[in-house]
Design a protein around this ligand. Structure first.
Ligand SMILES: Nc1nc2c(ncn2[C@@H]2O[C@H](COP(=O)(O)OP(=O)(O)O)[C@@H](O)[C@H]2O)c(=O)[nH]1
Ligand SMILES: [Mg+2]
Length: 200
């Protein structure tokens, strides 16, 4: 969830998508400006942070880069729960990875936070000659599902900063706090959990 103070926004962001789609490479490009031809697969998840300055706010992203393998799927809710933003990544040279991306979209729609800013990234846009997913079909799918969409390349850096900036721009801006910090909201566990579901 995005938390706000003095126009400093802390935003938890999660990357989801098939193994090999380029999630770690996108994060590495965004955070360190690097690219590795042989990026090691992620085990469980990895954490990074990066701050972006916009005109009206500073956004500190707390980025969770998840592993795409099926055996880690049950861990995913730990990372997307409470996230202010998600990037669902597929590889434009793999239909299968696009189908997996659609499954992640469905899962977030069912279980995620409805105000989450969700982006769809068609990565490996540099591999035009191996393309299997057209720009048009991905864009149509994104429009139907209220996602914002960009094709990216972690290799050439095309649209990598742009996608994070666009997410930062779309994060909800400061709203006065409903309850001052430290106030006891309720005494019963049921109400407490409602309160934390709403505001954590
Ligand atoms: N050509 C190309 N290769 C990429 C790109 N992004 C990632 N890769 C390669 O794809 C492989 C998988 O990338 P990785 O970031 O580990 O994918 P992850 O499993 O989704 O984290 C690695 O060999 C990367 O070097 C890209 O934009 N273009
Ligand atoms: Mg990875």
């Amino acid at each position: 969830m995005a938390t706000i103070g003095n126009n400093n926004i802390n935003a938890k962001l999660v990357l989801l998508g098939d193994m090999g789609a380029g999630k770690s490479s996108l994060v590495l490009r965004f955070v360190k400006g690097q690219f590795l031809e042989f990026q090691e697969s992620t085990i469980g998840a990895a954490f990074f942070s990066q701050t972006l300055a916009l005109n009206d706010a500073t956004v500190k992203f707390e980025i969770w880069d998840t592993a795409g393998q099926e055996r880690y799927h049950s861990l995913a809710p730990m990372y997307y729960r409470g996230a202010a933003a998600a990037i669902i990544v597929y590889d434009i040279t793999s239909k299968d990875s696009f189908e997996k991306a659609k499954k992640w979209v469905l899962e977030l729609q069912k279980q995620g936070n409805p105000s989450m800013v969700t982006a769809l990234a068609g990565n490996k846009a540099d591999l035009e000659d191996k393309r299997k997913v057209t720009l048009e079909e991905a864009r149509a799918y994104a429009d139907e599902n209220g996602l914002f969409f960009m094709e990216t390349s972690a290799k050439t850096a095309v649209n990598v900063n742009d996608i994070f900036y666009e997410i930062a721009r779309r994060l909800p801006r400061a709203q006065p706090a409903q309850n001052p910090a430290g106030m006891v909201l309720s005494n019963t566990p049921a109400e407490q959990s409602k309160a934390s579901a709403c505001c954590s």
